[in-house]
Design a protein around this ligand. Structure first.
Ligand SMILES: NC(=O)C1=CN([C@@H]2O[C@H](COP(=O)(O)OP(=O)(O)OC[C@H]3O[C@@H](n4cnc5c(N)ncnc54)[C@H](O)[C@@H]3O)[C@@H](O)[C@H]2O)[C@H](O)CC1
Ligand code: K
Length: 495
């Protein structure tokens, strides 16, 4: 799914109206989709307070209020009585509301936090037209609304958020429990500083001009089921273990054998044909007894001392690797002579950062840093939006794929495209989760998935398995090994 900028969305609106759908009808369509969702999801609530701005976001709110009232709900509309300068379509909807005696129209200042009945607050103050941070009456209103514990729904975008850029640190933003956004995800929903205001995001299809969307140029995408369906390759019947590649997971050190064990296990669970674990001897018994399917390659006594080159294999290097001098030397020597794409994670990245030999990373390799590892490699950034822009430059310069792990992991490609993942949950924020992802990526590349597609499919699969694990064990209790054991269920859901 493409992510368009606010100006592109505006142009898309215009293209849609030029194709014969009036802007007023588009507003009706948007409102109707909101009402449909509200009816489905608030079955026991009868009272809605809708807070409306003067732009088209406000217009959506006014139309939503009218439709909810017509369906028998108890509705109150709040506006700024000192500013009735509504935009055209919003004005038309305001006049309609004024003619309905059953809908009380109040001023923002009339809102009182002490509400008894079951009530839902609907934010239709600002949408993608916001061009500066909130101030004055609206800012005070949003602060007051945020102090209530009532369920909160934002239309299109939580008021106070921009569609595609970060907010100033002291900005006031409506804290939504649900965001009903039209047609596209907005980038701000997918970044940590801003996404925390969205609650659960629902993308409502309002049937915008498909040709415009098809032709729209963007660097930003959300990984959705349609992308996954195109990527996933069901396993051929007539095949043998050699058909599905050879993965070599390199890592482990005394006390951290589990990391490379999880990577090896997840590589197997993801379908790798032949899987080897290259680790120090201290891990031999653990690995050979825990994963008999993975063959053991000895390297050092308590930490990796040499990384031998085997042909026709995909290497995943880093889980539990440690940073012993000999390990550092082994990695740098390996990278000096091995020129095929590799997957580099965790301490492999930290070693490269400390030695500043990023030039040793083979082209089309995959690195999987979390924000701190990214910073060690490429330097500090002001915020996560700047971090993505820096990652785009670095991915292009080094011709590598960067899997930037975060609540919404982003894949940055050598041609500077950004794919945001929307599967997964906070239960995955535990040691070992990254090791599992490394195994999945290594496995899919060894199974001859194109590297970009392997990265996209891997983060989606990893998150989906995490969602299945959370469902069974709760976010608090789920373990990375539970996630590995759910990979099969994800594949079954694809068949
Ligand atoms: N394709 C779609 O997504 C559709 C979206 N719709 C809705 O339209 C809004 C965008 O409407 P717009 O009038 O462009 O902007 P807003 O309503 O978000 O803002 C109104 C207006 O307010 C001024 N403004 C901006 N920032 C501030 C500020 N901090 N303080 C005061 N005033 C401010 C500025 O002039 C804005 O223009 C979209 O979100 C959807 O809800 C359509 O209804 C259907 C199709
Ligand atoms: K809004």
């Amino acid at each position: 799914m493409k992510i368009l900028s606010s100006s592109q969305i505006k142009s898309c609106d215009i293209a849609t109206t030029e194709s014969g759908v009036s802007s007023l009808n588009l507003m009706e369509r948007a409102a109707a989709k909101c009402v449909e969702w509200i009816e489905m999801n608030f079955k026991t609530t009868n009272r809605f307070l809708i807070f409306c701005g003067t732009g088209n976001n406000g217009g959506d709110g006014l139309a939503t209020a009218r439709m909810l009232y017509e369906k028998g709900f108890d509705v109150e509309v709040y506006i700024d009585r000192a500013n009735l300068n509504f935009k055209a379509d919003a004005e038309i909807n305001f006049r309609k509301i004024k003619k309905i005696s059953g809908i009380e129209i109040k001023d923002f200042s009339d809102f009182s936090k002490t509400i008894k009945e079951k009530t839902v607050l609907i934010d239709a103050l600002f949408g993608y037209g916001l061009n500066r941070k909130l101030s004055g009456k609206v800012k005070n209103l949003v602060e007051t609304l945020n102090q209530t514990t009532l369920p909160k729904v934002s239309i299109d975008i939580p008021t106070g958020l921009f569609a595609d850029k970060v907010i100033e640190k002291d900005s006031v933003v409506f804290k939504a429990d649900f965001t009903l956004t039209f047609q596209f995800y907005k980038r701000s929903f997918l970044h940590p500083e801003t996404g925390r205001f969205c609650g659960k995001t629902e993308v409502l299809d309002i049937d915008l001009d498909s040709k415009f969307i098809e032709d729209a140029k963007t660097d930003y995408f959300v990984i959705d089921n349609s992308i996954i369906r195109k990527i996933y390759k069901p396993r051929e019947d007539f095949s043998n273990k050699g058909t599905f590649g050879k993965s070599i997971l390199v890592g482990g050190s005394y006390g951290k054998i589990g990391a490379v064990l999880m990577s090896s296990l997840s590589a197997l669970r993801t379908g790798s044909g032949l899987t080897f674990t290259m680790a120090p001897d201290c891990g031999n018994l653990i690995l050979q007894s825990q994963i008999p399917e993975a063959m053991f390659i000895s390297s050092g006594k308590n930490y990796i001392c040499k990384i031998e080159i085997q042909d026709k294999a995909i290497y995943g290097i880093g889980p539990g690797l440690g940073k012993e001098k000999q390990t550092q030397k082994a990695l740098l020597e390996f990278l000096k002579s091995y020129k095929n794409p590799v997957v580099l994670d965790a301490d492999a990245l930290n070693i490269l950062a400390e030695n500043q030999n990023l030039n040793l990373i083979p082209k089309h390799s995959v690195i999987t840093p979390h924000p701190l590892e990214f910073e060690r490699l490429f330097g500090k950034t002001e915020n996560s939006f700047d971090r993505i822009e820096l990652a785009k430059e670095k991915a292009k310069d080094s011709q590598i794929f960067i899997v930037l792990k975060d609540h919404h992991t982003a894949i940055i490609t050598p041609d500077k495209k950004v794919y945001y993942n929307i599967t997964g949950n906070s239960g995955m924020a535990k040691g070992g989760s990254g090791d599992v992802l490394t195994g999945i990526i290594t496995s899919l590349i060894s199974q001859k998935y194109e590297i970009k597609e392997a990265c996209i499919f891997s983060v989606w699969l990893h998150g989906k398995a995490g969602d299945f694990a959370a469902e069974e064990f709760s976010r608090e209790s789920m373990l990375p090994t539970d996630l590995i054991n759910k990979i099969g269920e994800v594949f079954k859901s694809l068949n």
